[in-house]
Write a protein that binds this ligand. Structure first.
Ligand code: SF4
Length: 332
């Protein structure tokens, strides 16, 4: 019993597409964030760790050097020979277009890099950047735009000091989809003032607009954040693991099976994680989500959402395909 028996995972999507293992290599290209530098705000999101904005964190090694160290680790661990360069840290479209192109193209110049995944905020997606990414896609590269939305509720986004609302996400999605660039939207479970129903409504709004991929994260309380202060004062209560697992399973069931889950949980280093401590045990959470879907005799797309009809039709096809591949390779 593995997660990919129940969920259309990114690993399995890449395996179907490339017929071999393809792994993401994480890049920190030294960007900052408009919610930090004063353009949108100075304090940043309430859960964002201040230490990560230290000068050292913003002077990382060159992209090619980071790819080389990442590929050595991953190749030894998994045998993967091809990679996606994942520009993950901070806001990876927040610079002038020449600088962005030079960083992205440094990664694409590596012969074993098949594409890019670009993490950013919905209010930092210019037409210029989208045209640049679309030009890479036309050259045959695998391109994903990863949009941090977290919640579709403006009241929540305000409460966590995101510095943008749902409207910016809508605009970014329309412009990105006009160019045919796949989007992976990041959502957080356990945000202050939210409960299960908020996550399900957020999911419905995201599906209604259209999306190709999703990432689910539990809200971490990490050191040196506003959230950590709220947690110490007792005004923020983190989720129990069982609640996270149950909400994640609800969301997976409501997601059409052709949408790719890039992640269904996330972890944080024990050096900074304060709560909930179960977030540190990624495999325990993944196994619990798998077990929960198994217990429900359910899978991705099982329950209708706004796209329920479509999900029901495609569910069997994707399930069989995913199952067949996992049977052969034993991959997750
Ligand atoms: S948008 Fe991202 S990098 Fe910027 S403050 Fe929020 S969490 Fe931190």
């Amino acid at each position: 019993m593995v997660l990919s028996d129940y969920v259309n995972t990114f690993g399995q999507y890449l395996l179907r597409r490339y017929r071999e293992r393809v792994h993401k290599l994480t890049i920190n290209a030294g960007f900052t964030c408009p919610n930090r530098d004063g353009t949108k705000g100075r304090g940043g999101c309430t859960f964002c760790n201040n230490v990560s904005f230290s000068p050292n964190a913003r002077c990382p090694p060159p992209v090619a050097t980071q790819l080389e160290s990442g590929r050595q680790v991953i190749a030894k661990r998994t045998g993967a020979q091809r990679f996606i360069a994942y520009f993950q840290a901070y806001t990876n479209t927040y610079a002038d277009i020449q600088h962005l192109a030079s960083l992205y193209e440094e990664a694409l110049a590596e012969p074993d890099v098949v594409g890019l995944s670009i993490g950013t905020r919905p209010d930092c997606v210019s037409e210029e950047v989208l045209d640049l990414l679309a030009s890479y896609q036309k050259r045959g590269y695998e391109i994903w735009l990863e949009l941090g939305l977290q919640s579709a509720f403006d009241s929540t986004l305000e409460r966590i000091q995101r510095g943008h609302g749902f409207a910016e996400y809508q605009q970014a999605v329309v412009a990105t989809r006009q160019r045919g660039i796949p989007i992976c939207t990041h959502l957080i479970i356990g945000l202050p003032g939210e409960e299960r129903s908020h996550n399900l409504v957020t999911l419905d709004r995201v599906l209604e607009l259209g999306v190709e991929g999703l990432k689910l994260h539990p809200l971490h309380v990490v050191k040196h954040t506003i959230l950590a202060k709220q947690w110490r004062q007792g005004t923020y209560q983190p989720l129990e693991m069982s609640t996270y697992v149950s909400i994640a399973a609800d969301m997976i069931e409501r997601t059409p099976p052709d949408i790719v889950y890039h992640r269904v949980t996330a972890t944080a280093s024990m050096a900074i994680l304060q709560a909930p401590i179960w977030c540190h045990k990624k495999w325990a959470v993944l196994n619990a989500i798998t077990a929960e879907l198994h217990r429900r005799n359910s899978e991705q797309g099982e329950k209708g959402s706004v796209q329920g009809e479509r999900g029901a039709v495609q569910g069997e096809r994707v399930k069989k395909k995913v199952k067949r591949i996992s049977d052969v390779s034993g991959m997750i």
